[in-house]
Design a protein around this ligand. Structure first.
Ligand code: UDP
Ligand code: MN
Length: 242
């Protein structure tokens, strides 16, 4: 059987939210054996996201957890609590009987369909390049004889795993076998979310390079411009969800 791909997407309310989710779901619909875990950064599940997922045609789990106010500041890591909530859900609802792969799919990135077939047969942790990240055109693991031997990265190459959230996937069994592995805020420095997490479950020597020995970009760390709502002067007579 094909291992299920569990994509974990933290998301929060803003003008572009539905557009982002639409772009994502249109890609995800093309992926067989796919399960979308959407975690809203909110006090409750919103109607917009609930309705959206119900009509998406995707196998979905819809969770929510609010980021504590003190962490909603510039420079703070984003979506720590949401990713952890998804990991908790997997540990509660999946077991050694469920072949799967876990991937952290932020709502604003761009994913090629090919990427998901690259990650599907991950044994422990697989890695690949990410485009448009780290202040350069791409970042990637350097590979020699099928092993990761270093990193091409724009900044702080001394991080244990200088890799973006979109640059790796983890076998579901590794998540289940390491029940305490989580994203942390305590003691975590800027840009260290990925390293702090990966350190708990793997070693560089074990990483499985994908995407033609990490020479192909199949995911892009795109960021969506903040929308200008400054021209919205009137009130329409009907309410339209955007
Ligand atoms: N996010 C969130 N709450 C926030 C800010 C961001 O849940 O207050 C989510 C966002 O929807 C995305 C992920 O966290 O899926 C990463 O955020 P963002 O894309 O803004 O981070 P960056 O691209 O700057 O790393
Ligand atoms: Mn982003």
């Amino acid at each position: 059987v094909l291992p299920t791909i569990y994509a974990i997407t933290p998301t929060y309310k803003r003008a572009v939210q539905k557009a982002e989710l639409t772009r994502l779901s249109n890609t995800f619909r093309l992926i067989p054996q796919f399960h979308w875990i959407v975690v809203e950064d909110s006090n409750a599940r919103t109607e917009l996201v609930s309705r959206f997922l119900a009509h998406s045609g995707l196998q979905c789990t819809h969770l929510h957890v609010p980021t504590p106010r003190r962490y909603k500041r510039p420079g703070m890591h984003r979506a720590t609590e949401q990713r952890n909530a998804a990991l908790d859900w997997l540990r509660m609802h999946r077991s050694s009987k469920n072949p799967g792969v876990v991937f952290f799919a932020d709502d604003d990135n761009t994913y090629s369909v090919e990427l998901f077939e690259e990650m599907r047969w991950t044994r422990k942790v697989s890695v690949w390049p990410v485009g448009l990240v780290g202040g350069g055109r791409y970042e990637r693991p350097l590979v020699d004889k099928g092993r990761v031997v270093g990193w091409y990265t724009g900044w702080n190459a001394n991080r244990p795993f200088p890799i973006d959230m979109a640059g790796f996937a983890v076998n579901l069994q590794v998540v289940l076998e390491n029940p305490k592995a989580m994203f942390k805020r305590q003691g975590s420095k800027p840009g260290m979310q990925e390293s702090d997490f990966l350190k708990q479950i793997t070693k560089v020597e074990e990483l499985e390079p994908r995407a033609a020995n990490c020479t192909k970009v199949l995911v892009w760390h795109t960021r969506t411009e903040k929308v200008n709502l400054g021209n919205e002067r009137w009130r329409d007579s009907i309410h339209i969800e955007v």
